[in-house]
Design a protein around this ligand. Structure first.
Ligand SMILES: [Zn+2]
Length: 438
């Protein structure tokens, strides 16, 4: 399920590369469930509520034949156009940027012997890509047994990105405050089988095809503005160019128009609504036999403003055929929306740290389309923020879980600075400096 040998080698690498972390009087290191790591950094004022920085050490597989350079060689190469140095490799972004950025910041803290005011935890899980039960699940258990509650946590998530939407000339720093839910349904249809020379009137396959077609023709409703995605626009509106500024700051008027435009691209459509993907279709074993049963698997990603029951009711109404049996295989509602805005201390700290190092960027709340390890920490805090403190362009995104994943060295430095900034500012009783942006 995961490469335990490589995980242990990675532990070794961290110990050798960051001796200050492992030999620091106020940092305790623990191995959790053999492969995960938990660091407890004790601040000088332990009464302050701690927070958590997290990342995961595992990666998804890579097919070297699809890559320009060996995904496992750890190469640092100049970009052929800009000459800028890039770290190439599987996991360069997802999620070594979190793990390396955090531990480099921590190492710097220990090396300069700067004991922060506020205590915090650093958690590196080892199986996020396979749902995190062994890693983050166990770490969370340990923290809960110790009675720990967190002010906030920062996990991997959405980056600082350029060219996100029309009308935005400045980079957008997206902090995801929720994740879409996840639901898998099975459709099963039974019918008359028999020889293909004498087909039945109403075969199972035809009814399944009609059901799937009805789902495609009747997408789940747009819920634009009912979840945090509306605020993404409200926050960004101040920095949008004309005429987009007008649209984004008057959503009450322009929602129908925006919905129409956004429905046309698969990325922005996924922001609007619960998405429906038909991922598996099965029927038939032989060319001259009519199959007596047919089945399909539907994968939904549930919008934060919709319940899983509503999604099912919509599907049943769209299919409109009682002979199609619908079974729920797996379901998880969208995560609770974490509080955000200038009055929320954790949010204010993160946005200040981001502004400090990306002064031109505008920060906005967002909805994460994928799921992360933060699932396991829902009991520990209501303030869960998902963000990569790195500046990407849209063309960097397919590298994540795809081929040619790479990250500029500048970005790694920038991420390290932001994590370090959080560690230093988090203890300041007065909070980080206020910004005028929101
Ligand atoms: Zn990840």
């Amino acid at each position: 399920m995961y490469d335990t040998h490589q995980l242990l080698r990675f532990h070794e690498f961290l110990r050798e590369s960051f001796p200050h972390v492992f030999n620091c009087s106020y940092i305790e290191t623990e191995v959790i469930n053999t492969y995960s790591l938990l660091f407890t950094v004790t601040g000088s004022t332990p009464e302050l509520q701690p927070y958590l920085l997290m990342g995961h050490m595992d990666v998804v597989p890579a097919d070297p034949t699809q890559w320009t350079h060996d995904p496992w060689a750890g190469l640092i190469l100049p970009d052929t156009v800009t000459g800028e140095d890039y770290i190439w490799g599987r996991g360069a972004i997802d999620n070594k940027i979190g793990v390396m950025g955090i531990i480099m910041a921590l190492n710097y803290l220990a090396k300069t012997d700067f004991q922060p005011t506020r205590s915090f935890y650093v958690a590196f899980g080892h199986d996020e890509e396979v749902r995190g039960a062994d890693g983050a699940g166990h770490i969370s258990q340990v923290l809960q047994e110790r009675g720990v509650t967190l002010d906030f946590l920062l996990d991997e998530g959405t980056p600082v990105i350029s060219g996100l939407m029309p009308g935005f000339t400045v980079p957008t720093a997206l902090i995801s405050v929720t994740e879409k839910g996840y639901m898998t349904l099975q459709l099963q249809v039974e019918g008359e089988g028999g020889h293909s020379s004498m087909p039945p009137q109403d075969p199972a396959v035809s009814r399944l095809v009609a059901a799937l077609n009805n789902l495609a023709l009747n997408p789940q409703p747009s819920l634009f503005g009912k979840g945090p995605e509306g605020d993404t626009f409200t926050y960004l509106a101040t920095k949008a160019s004309w005429p987009y500024k007008l649209f984004y700051s008057n959503l009450w008027l322009f929602t129908p128009l925006l919905e129409m435009v956004m429905s046309r691209s698969r990325e922005s459509n996924a922001l609007l609504r619960t998405t429906t993907s038909i991922t598996i279709v099965r029927a038939g074993v032989k060319e001259n036999v009519v199959p007596s049963s047919a089945s399909a698997i539907i994968n939904h990603r549930v919008h934060p403003a919709q319940s899983v029951e509503d999604v099912i009711q919509h599907d049943l109404a769209a299919i409109n055929d009682p002979t199609v049996k619908l079974t729920v295989k797996q379901q998880m509602a969208a995560y609770p929306v974490s509080p955000y805005g200038p009055d929320v201390p954790g949010w204010r700290l993160l946005t200040s740290a981001i502004h400090h190092h990306f002064p031109g960027a505008v920060v906005a709340p967002a909805v994460m389309m994928a799921n992360t390890d933060s699932l396991h920490y829902l009991n520990l805090t209501s303030c869960i923020y998902r963000h990569y403190p790195i500046h990407l362009t849209k063309k960097d995104i397919p590298g994540i879980h795809g081929s040619d994943e790479r990250l500029s060295v500048t970005n790694l430095r920038q991420a390290t600075r932001i994590y370090h900034r959080v560690m230093v500012w988090a203890g300041d009783a007065a909070g980080p400096p206020q910004h005028h942006q929101e």
